[in-house]
Design a protein around this ligand. Structure first.
Ligand code: MG
Ligand code: FE
Length: 176
């Protein structure tokens, strides 16, 4: 493959590696926040955390197959982190509806990234990696679809709970 294409492709791979690392810490931060009120969401995120762990290993293997030095991965990943960190930082919210919106957004970043990687791998002749990216893409799409289907119910439950809390507070004030 031409060295220019290859360099871009490898850079995108390192970006994907950094993105998955960010995904791990974002998911880790959200699970305890959602556990109590939305245990099904926490459970689905726990499953996706395991998937993300495995995705990281797969991306690492693809990088190694291209003889990409591990320390180089670290250095360039730090740069790539800057692009995903802003989004990752936004995930650090205590409000479950906002957290869910951010998680959906992050999944769509991942979906877009793997679609680009599939096309890039094809152009660069790295056909062995295409099924790996396709399998990861399926997991990201499933996670995004699940969250999107759950969003409306999550928002409703959050609002109803907020009203119940407000009523309880008003009652407590009235009794004081
Ligand atoms: Mg992922
Ligand atoms: Fe994901």
């Amino acid at each position: 493959m031409a060295s220019n294409s290859r360099n871009h492709y490898l850079a995108w791979l390192r970006d994907a590696h950094a993105m998955e690392k960010q995904a791990l810490s974002s998911i880790e931060a959200q699970i305890p926040r959602l556990q109590k009120t939305f245990p099904d969401v926490a459970a689905r995120l726990t499953q996706h955390h395991q998937e993300t762990d495995a995705q990281l290993v797969q991306i690492q293997r693809v990088l190694e197959r291209h003889d990409t030095d591990a320390s180089m991965v670290k250095d360039l990943a730090a740069t790539a982190m800057a692009t995903t960190q802003a989004l990752g930082g936004m995930l650090a919210t205590d409000e479950p509806v906002k957290a869910a919106l951010m998680l959906v957004t992050f999944e769509h970043l991942e979906i877009a990234s793997y679609r680009c990687l599939i096309s890039a791998a094809e152009v660069c002749g790295d056909t062995a990696s295409v099924p790996i990216f396709e399998a990861i893409l399926d997991e990201e799409v499933a996670m995004a679809d699940w969250l999107e289907a759950r969003l409306g119910g999550l928002a409703q439950q959050f609002l109803l709970d907020a009203d119940v809390d407000a009523q309880a507070e008003a009652l407590a004030d009235g009794n004081a």
